[in-house]
Design a protein around this ligand. Structure first.
Ligand code: DP6
Length: 324
């Protein structure tokens, strides 16, 4: 009735941006990510006959409102799957700045799904766990696995073929990621709302979807060949393309702050000096910079000195879900 699981966040190199089914969380396009070891969520779920409703604590504080509802609805799915009527107490700790574009929902739902299903003795294989996790938050389905992971969008209406698959062994390639923290403010437009508005109103959205198969094919070859320059170029361009779609939405919006642009330009300037580094940005102002281990010192020092940057956290590739 009780289990603890740990899951890491992931950073998308080919972004998930747009749903074809809002309630099952089925994406318009395949996406591809790298799991990160520096950011994770640890969650303990205890099902208990005495409880009359679910309880959710994040970093020792009781959570109510929308965040609670999302967790409790996800537990409904698991109860349904396990045919159990029991409510649960959920305790999560986050080594991630919540809702600042660090995909805390990814590690959060992956850890919750893993702990809750284990607590009910479901013993799911990873593919089934990924499929279930997807219904909590799309990007979370990739956090079941370590290393480079692809989320296959699937074609079925019931979502049965929409789940993540690891595309390399976790130790395939030592790519590093510097997470550049500009602001720990809550984002103004959540990824869920932002992608919906973009799908419904942005004339650029169809161009985004059409361009994905070629980006994916090329980046997968680059990853297999450990071609850092090629991988970085595709990831950086894919990120800019995703963010371009938001400017075409109605009403238009952007996740970028002025310092976001400064970090992007600094990364490009590093390349002009011969240091290979590439940026990518999720649904928030913070920037993640991909670099190779030999450039760690110079990349770290350069990013830290940018005015408006409050922190730079270095990460390696991380592992998939683990249980305590
Ligand atoms: C920009 O997974 O947070 O980070 O499925 O609605 O919960 P929901 O959205 P979420 O979206 C992540 C969007 C992104 C790109 C990515 O991680 O692929």
């Amino acid at each position: 009735m009780k289990a603890t699981a740990k899951a890491h966040t992931n950073i998308a190199l080919i972004k998930y941006w747009g749903k074809r089914d809002e309630s099952l969380i089925l994406p318009m396009n395949n996406s591809l990510s790298l799991t990160l070891d520096a950011f994770y969520t640890e969650t303990t779920v205890t099902f208990n006959r005495e409880l009359e409703e679910d309880k959710f604590y994040l970093d020792n504080e009781i959570i109510l409102g929308d965040q609670y509802t999302k967790v409790s609805k996800f537990l409904d799915l698991i109860r349904n799957y396990a045919d159990s009527p029991l409510f649960a107490e959920v305790h999560s700790t986050n080594a991630v700045p919540t809702a600042a574009g660090f995909a805390s929902s990814a590690s959060g739902f992956a850890a919750l799904a893993a702990a809750a299903t284990r607590a009910l003795d479901l013993n799911l294989d990873n593919q089934t766990l990924s499929r279930l996790t997807r219904q909590g938050s799309g990007s979370a389905c990739r956090s079941i696995y370590g290393g480079f992971v692809e989320w296959e969008k699937g074609v079925e209406d019931d979502g049965s073929d929409s789940y993540a698959v690891p595309i390399t062994p976790q130790d395939h390639w030592d790519v590093r990621v510097a997470a550049v923290v500009l602001s720990s403010d809550m984002k103004k437009v959540s990824s869920r709302v932002g992608m919906k508005r973009t799908v419904e109103t942005s004339p650029f959205y169809s161009g985004w979807v059409d361009s994905i198969p070629s980006d994916l094919m090329q980046i997968k070859t680059a990853i297999q060949n450990r071609d850092f320059e090629k991988m970085g170029k595709i990831a950086e361009a894919n990120c800019q393309k995703m963010h371009a779609t938001t400017l075409g939405a109605n009403p238009p919006f952007t996740y970028w702050h002025d310092t976001t642009l400064t970090v992007m330009q600094t990364v490009q300037a590093l390349r002009e000096k011969g240091i290979l580094a590439y940026f990518t940005i999720d649904a928030g102002p913070n920037v993640k910079v991909l670099y190779q281990p030999e450039n760690e010192e110079i990349v770290h020092q350069t990013l830290r000195k940018i005015p408006g940057v409050s922190n730079v956290i270095l990460s390696r590739s991380g592992q998939g879900v683990t249980y305590q």
